[in-house]
Write a new protein. Structure first.
Length: 401
């Protein structure tokens, strides 16, 4: 079976779930390829196990004139209908409309490619531009398509979502929170919604042999993730500034991004000597960080562009390593980090509330470890990467031509 996966940026270290899914398709003997709308990200870290997927990535020029003109000549009515639908749905969002028109020629070329290569199913990994490209390609080629809805992709804009849901064979989303949100959108075909969570590979996270924290060692408080505004690392630093009088902790930040310099300045000013920035981390380094952490904090917020988290993979990795977790009470996060059951939650953006939760964990650490052990059991049961990738593949197989 030939599967075509559509993404926006590729490769992208914060979207390892997309690569993991394609790896699963390949291991099951399918011919899976990745079409990325934007140019290849040559500066991105590529882990060795991801190379078979990266090698299958491709794109087209922004204006593939031949395929685009051929689509206009071969399918004038369909092209006119697609254009009219884009305008009708997005005229209130001129920037999004312009971006959608920018990917129209590429999407037409993708339709021609899919027909010529005998593609059986097109699946977009996000509900925004990737799903729009998949929808256009499906309309022009007659091939079945589907898309995944993760988090920010359904909150930044709902334009065209209902139309795409009606034309898709199915819509996969990663949380009950997302499912309920999508079902409330007027005209959205909620009967096509399927909740299939992201996950981690249990083989990467064997059961740890965690020992009680030695009295003469500091608590290793850990953050892992891209240094972006929506990750809320500044909130974590402000929370820890409230606990500066406690000498028994150190913060380790694993990850890089545009906020690094600003966050380093904040840490130097408010917490001198108490924070270490390690920079971008490989998969092996992330795993090591999780096993060495006494506490993993996920202080996510919704940023100025309404972008937020779904259920961060880092929360699954932390609990798989039985590291206690404190996370924002945001979107689908409480479905995994259940307050007082598998971890602790705090009000997003509230540094005082986060400081109180950190104090709670440090002052009663054995109890926090017990919650993390329950969290590991939940991850292995509900957030198993192989099982969930197999569920998504099964849906693709059942809804192919």
């Amino acid at each position: 079976m030939k599967i075509l996966v559509v993404v926006s940026e590729f490769p992208k270290i914060t979207e390892t779930f997309a690569i993991a899914n394609v790896l699963h398709y390949l291991r099951q003997g399918h011919d899976a390829r990745v079409f990325h709308l934007k140019p290849f990200r040559h500066a991105e870290i590529v882990h060795d196990e991801a190379r078979p997927v990266v090698e299958r990535g491709f794109t087209f020029p922004w204006l593939p004139l031949g395929p685009f003109l051929a689509a206009l000549l071969r399918h004038p009515v369909r092209m006119a209908t697609i254009t009219a639908k884009l305008v009708a749905e997005m005229w209130r969002e001129p920037r999004r409309l312009a971006e959608s028109f920018a990917i129209l020629p590429k999407s037409a070329a993708l339709a021609a490619y899919a027909r010529a290569e005998g593609i059986d199913h097109i699946h977009a990994e996000f509900a925004t531009h990737p799903a729009t490209a998949a929808w256009i390609a499906a309309e022009l080629s007659g091939l079945p398509f589907s898309f995944s809805a993760h988090m920010y992709d359904i909150f930044v804009s709902q334009s065209l979502l209902a139309e795409k849901s009606r034309k898709a064979r199915f819509v996969r989303t990663i949380s009950d929170f997302n499912r309920d949100f999508l079902a409330r959108i007027p005209g959205f075909d909620s009967a096509k919604l399927r909740v299939i969570r992201c996950g981690v590979d249990p083989a990467r996270f064997p059961a740890p042999e965690r020992q009680p924290k030695a009295a003469d060692t500091d608590f290793n408080i850990t953050f892992v993730g891209a240094l972006l505004p929506r990750k809320g690392v500044d909130i974590l630093l402000h929370a820890l500034a409230r606990l500066a009088a406690r000498p028994d902790w150190h913060l380790n930040v694993h990850g890089g991004g545009p906020e690094m310099a600003q966050l380093q300045q904040l840490a130097t000013r408010t917490l001198p000597g108490r924070v270490t920035f390690h920079g971008p981390a490989t998969m092996a380094e992330v795993k090591a960080a999780m096993y060495s952490a006494h506490l993993v904090v996920i202080p996510s917020i919704t940023d100025s562009l309404n972008r937020s988290e779904g259920i961060p993979v880092v929360s699954m990795e932390a609990l798989a390593a039985e590291a206690p977790v404190i996370a924002s009470r945001l979107s689908g996060i409480p479905e995994l980090v259940q307050h007082g059951k598998t971890g602790f939650l705090f009000t997003p953006g509230d540094a005082a509330d986060l400081a109180a939760r950190i104090t709670q964990v440090l002052d009663a650490y054995p109890a926090a470890q017990a919650l993390a052990a329950r969290g590991r059991a939940q991850v292995l049961d509900e957030y198993n990467l192989d099982n969930n990738a197999a569920d998504l593949l099964r849906l693709i197989e059942e809804n192919s031509r």
